[in-house]
Design a protein around this ligand. Structure first.
Ligand code: PLP
Length: 411
């Protein structure tokens, strides 16, 4: 008899996107002529920059010639890409990182899920609430979340850090000490950010309490405000206490191409069961070299092209395109008297439902009355109830059309 990892059976079906699909399908059957616009799912719509496509073509051609063909590459990623990351994402911001602290991967989701491999099952985990569901589900799978409580919303071994309008979406330091703290800024789903001084509070807390911060910076490219750090390592001491995850998915439209990276600093303080300090960088390297054979050469060449002057200009244009959508949506919703959060330094807009409507009730009204699909906030955790997420990743024309519908909405 072969036993499975029972933790997988604890996970409830992920109903959020299938429920949304069901409701949208039912609506379309009743109203076949309605043009439904989706501002729900967080995928990009802009094509990949031509500088990146050119680099891809060139790399593909190299693979077809005996003298330029590449087989297995370094599991940690090619140095040509690590060096670009090092200079542009860190040194230019005054952050000292070394190339062997950068691990190139096929995206942030894999690394966020896999990082649990090197962390004990006994660790207590804290998540902000609402939250990107991957942090919770991967800890359920890894046996760190305990069991689901009666309310179907909370896991009894997780520490929840509510982020709502009441605390301005700034999580309060926990009363119970967590070993691992997930922070995601700019935040998905709320689109809110942490200032340098707020992030410093968390780094100081983690240093004092010997906690590990898993910092997800997948949306850092959307930051405009000078006071908002792009990397947790801009905060003094963070290299002793944080791992940072980055993604090219939203930065450069790589959701289909797949590439990202993770920084595991050599100074990071993690301990074995005898309370002796271990080298986390070495541990992660061991994990990656055993279980991962690296990102394809052609994709790493494509990622490298993002950092060329023309690549930078082109990806910035797409980011600006999305942020224009965000601004337009935000203004239109505010003009209708709705409470809106996020959308300034992130491609997400977090809408407070009016008149105390539940997330799903507001979702239904938006679908039936404006033919717009959002994502109910409750799908991101208990503190998401009473909110709805809209994304700025739609086409400009669709965003403008959505706005005109919202303007004429009998709210
Ligand atoms: N982290 C956050 C907060 C996200 O919203 C997403 C994607 O939606 C990811 C990570 C995953 O990024 P990737 O496409 O690099 O796996």
């Amino acid at each position: 008899m072969v036993s499975i990892n029972d933790n997988y059976l604890k996970l409830p079906e992920s109903y959020l996107f299938s429920d949304i699909k069901k409701r949208v399908t039912a609506f379309k059957e009743l109203h076949p002529d309605a043009r439904v616009i989706s501002l729900g799912i967080g995928d990009v719509t802009r094509p990949i920059a031509s500088a990146v496509i050119d680099a891809l073509h060139e790399a593909v051609n190299e693979m077809g010639h005996a003298d330029t063909f590449r087989g297995y590459g370094p599991e940690q990623g090619y140095q040509f890409l690590q060096e670009k990351i090092l200079i542009h994402d860190f040194h230019d911001r005054g952050v000292e990182i070394e190339t062997d602290e950068i691990f190139i991967s096929d995206g942030a989701k894999s690394d966020l899920g896999n990082i649990g491999d090197i962390l004990s099952v006994d660790n207590k985990v804290a998540v902000t609430d609402p939250v990107y569901p991957v942090y919770v589900d991967t800890n359920v799978m890894g046996g760190r979340a305990g069991s689901l409580e009666q309310d179907g919303q909370h896991w009894n071994r997780l520490i929840y850090l509510p982020c709502t309008a009441e605390n301005d979406f700034i999580p309060e330091l926990p009363s119970e000490r967590p070993d691992i703290i997930y922070l995601c800024y700019p935040n998905n789903p709320t689109g809110t950010t942490l200032s340098r001084s707020e992030l410093k509070k968390w780094v100081d807390y983690a240093l004092e309490n010997e906690s590990l911060i898993l910092f997800d910076a997948a949306y850092e490219a959307f930051i405009h405000d000078e006071n908002i750090p792009h990397s947790i390592y801009e905060i003094e001491g963070a290299k002793e206490t944080a791992i940072e995850f980055r993604s090219f998915s939203k930065t450069a439209g790589f959701t289909g191409l797949r590439c990202g990276y993770t920084i595991v600093p050599k100074e990071l303080k993690l301990y074995n069961s005898s309370a002796e300090k271990v080298n986390a960088n070495k541990l992660w390297n061991r994990r990656q070299t055993t279980k991962f054979n690296g990102v394809s050469y052609i994709v790493q060449r494509a990622a490298e092209a993002i950092y060329s002057p023309i690549g930078q200009t082109q990806i910035r244009a797409s980011i600006e395109y999305y942020m224009r959508n965000a601004r337009l949506l935000k203004t239109a919703l505010q003009n209708r008297g709705l409470q809106i959060y996020g959308g300034d330094n992130a491609p997400y807009i977090w809408v407070k439902t009016p008149n105390g409507l539940s997330s799903w009730k507001f979702f239904d009204r938006l679908l039936h009355e404006c033919h717009i699909v959002g994502t109910p906030g409750i799908g991101f955790g208990p503190s998401g109830e009473g909110y709805l997420r809209l994304t700025a990743f739609g086409r400009y024309e669709d965003t403008v059309e959505s706005i005109s519908r919202i303007q004429n909405w009998n709210l």
